[in-house]
Write a protein of this length. Structure first.
Length: 594
């Protein structure tokens, strides 16, 4: 991956003005206005306590220099302890409520981000790295949370400054003004630093997201890498990307840390001036020792938020960049067109493609002016060369992708008018390579119908292949499997996937040839169940096996996104055209092997 990609980020990334970001973020905090009011109240109380204590100590020191009194000493110590205890309580309350508010905000931000991701069709997931998407939901949301925590602390310190300015001017106007005169230099430097900080932080986070995407892809494809002994190639690619991220992060670190010494130097110069001038005032009798102590204490607290501007800007800009990345994916419009959300009654299973045109991304049309009519309860087999459009037909019926022109009607209704969840409940999809989850086999079957009972699952499992496959499992339906179905064979995975789909009792079935990657014995088990299970359902099969093709009611031959002929196996062979060529190339050897 090139360095430029680390800097540019994803194609949908965008910049937001600070005003828009603040408005978007405030919407998440608005429901917690009561908790925020409590946080502000305890911050104000804590700032008052922090100001009163030095003032009280100063008065006590002045009084003790005039006349030593043990009672006064005890009173001063007791007051400091009580004030410290109250300050600790304020801090505890602030931390508790801040954690609660931030926890809820991050919870909702992650929920809305993930919800926005799920609304996209499969074209989005085809184009975007999985690791980058994951980082938006996890690390970016956490980075936003951390920046808000730091902002609360910064605001707390800034609130504390307001009474401190009054104390500084009250003790000595000249020393107070001398301290305040140093503020413009700090503020100008911090303002000029903000834009650079934001840009460098965005680069750093994009670099981390790219590393996450690389790791995700490497782990998911590790079996292929090991088959071809390409572990070193994976490591080399990771090293290169890691080095690029390191270079960006190093620049970020240099930029972020360079401002702190400057701010610290300005505050030290101001403090030295105050000590010098204040010492002269004490020597001349124009300022008491207690007042000088009070002033120096106030100055030390006064400079804390300003010298901390370096750390604040670092984390704040990280939060701004994280917020931009989160809202960019939230605001990305989906390619899916939905003109209504009608509940779907029990389908009959009629499917019509009327002059439909479809393409992936902005590439050439995969289907062009495509026409096909499928009757209710009909089983059709789609055949054709690779790239002919077989899978595209199935994916459009599955509503996984959006077509660009024409119509796709289900029972005479535009598919774009259906409520997605209601439609999917009557749709069953069995891919060529089934995806299973870690857990028991029963859990995986129940995934198709979460409300199904154990008895319903067992009944369906025994209907598929006569249930003989269950005898090969150590614990039957309670057998535990790993991620992606580790622990069971490909044939068993396919049987589980078929059980999962049929448990939904769908009216439209889409099969990417479930018997293409399995052994003949398991294929026979599945074929044995098909006639019964597929009865009165509309079935679309992407066919790879001759046995499936022969059993279909109709064979549809596709060529470059168009239907070139259709009919039964014998009819099409008799014509001696497209299907005959496909049969001689791909299927004839299967018949000879029988």
């Amino acid at each position: 991956m090139s360095k430029s990609k680390i800097q540019k980020g994803e194609s949908y990334d965008r910049e937001y003005t600070f005003r828009i970001l603040l408005s978007r973020l405030s919407a998440y905090f608005r429901p917690h206005s009561m908790a925020i009011s409590i946080i502000v109240a305890v911050i104000l109380l804590n700032s008052i306590l922090s100001t009163i204590v030095p003032v009280y100590i100063s008065k006590g020191v002045n009084e003790l220099t005039e006349s030593a009194d043990m009672n006064k000493v005890i009173t001063i110590i007791a007051t400091i302890l009580i004030a410290g205890l109250l300050s600790w309580v304020c801090l505890l309350v602030r931390q508790l409520y801040t954690a609660k508010v931030l926890g809820n905000v991050v919870l909702n931000v992650r929920k809305d981000t993930f919800k926005a991701i799920l609304k996209h069709d499969m074209s989005f997931f085809d184009e975007q790295p999985a690791g980058s998407i994951v980082s938006r939901v996890t690390s970016d949301a956490q980075g936003f949370s951390d920046s808000v925590t730091l902002t609360v602390n910064f605001i707390s310190n800034m609130i504390m400054i307001i009474p401190l300015i009054g104390v500084l001017l009250y003790v000595n106007v000249t020393l107070g003004l001398l301290t305040l005169l140093m503020l413009p230099a700090i503020m100008i430097f911090s303002a000029s630093f903000r834009k650079l900080s934001k840009r460098m932080t965005h680069y750093k986070q994009q670099g981390l997201a790219n590393i996450g995407a690389n790791i995700q892809e490497s782990i998911s494809c590790i079996s292929v890498a090991k088959d071809f002994r390409q572990e070193q190639a994976l490591l080399d690619e990771f090293k290169q990307m890691n080095q690029q991220s390191y270079a960006v992060k190093l620049k970020w670190g240099l930029v972020m840390t360079s401002n702190y010494p400057i701010l610290e130097m300005v505050s030290n110069i101001a403090t030295i001036l105050v000590i010098g001038v204040g010492g002269l005032y004490v020597l001349n009798g124009n300022l008491s020792a207690g007042d000088l102590y009070l002033f120096l204490q106030a100055v030390a607290i006064f400079w804390v938020p300003f010298t901390g501007l370096a750390a604040f800007w670092n984390q704040f800009q990280a939060g701004v960049a994280a917020g931009e990345r989160i809202f960019a994916i939230m605001d990305l419009p989906t390619q899916m067109i939905q003109v209504d959300s009608r509940p779907v009654p029990r389908l009959k299973g009629t499917i019509e493609f009327n002059n439909l045109t479809f393409q992936y991304k902005s590439e050439a049309n995969v289907l062009e002016n495509f026409r096909l009519h499928i009757q209710p309860g009909e089983t059709i087999a789609l055949v054709g060369h690779t790239g002919a459009g077989k899978s595209s037909v199935a994916k459009l019926v599955s509503r996984l992708y959006e077509y660009q022109d024409g119509q796709l009607l289900i029972d005479g209704e535009d598919i774009r008018k259906f409520d997605g969840r209601s439609y999917y409940k009557q749709l069953g999809i069995v891919p060529q390579t089934p995806v299973l989850f870690s857990g028991t086999i029963a859990d995986n079957i129940r995934y198709g119908n979460p409300d199904a009972s154990d008895e319903q699952i067992a009944l369906m499992a025994n209907r598929i292949g006569g249930g003989h496959w269950l005898n090969t499992l150590p614990d039957g339906l309670a057998t535990r499997i790993g991620e992606m179905g580790k622990g069971v064979s490909m044939g068993q995975r396919q049987l589980i996937a078929l059980c999962r789909v049929m448990l939904r009792d769908p009216m439209i079935l889409i099969l990417d040839e479930p018997t293409a990657s399995i052994d003949p014995f398991t294929e026979a088990q599945i074929q044995q169940s098909m006639n019964e299970l597929f009865k009165d359902r509309t079935v679309i099969v992407i066919a790879h096996r001759l046995s499936t093709i022969k059993n279909a009611d109709r064979i549809v031959v596709l060529e470059r996104g168009k239907m070139v002929e259709q009919g039964s196996h014998n009819e099409l062979l008799t014509r001696g055209t497209y299907y005959s060529d496909l049969y001689n190339q791909y299927y004839r050897h299967q018949e000879l092997a029988i």
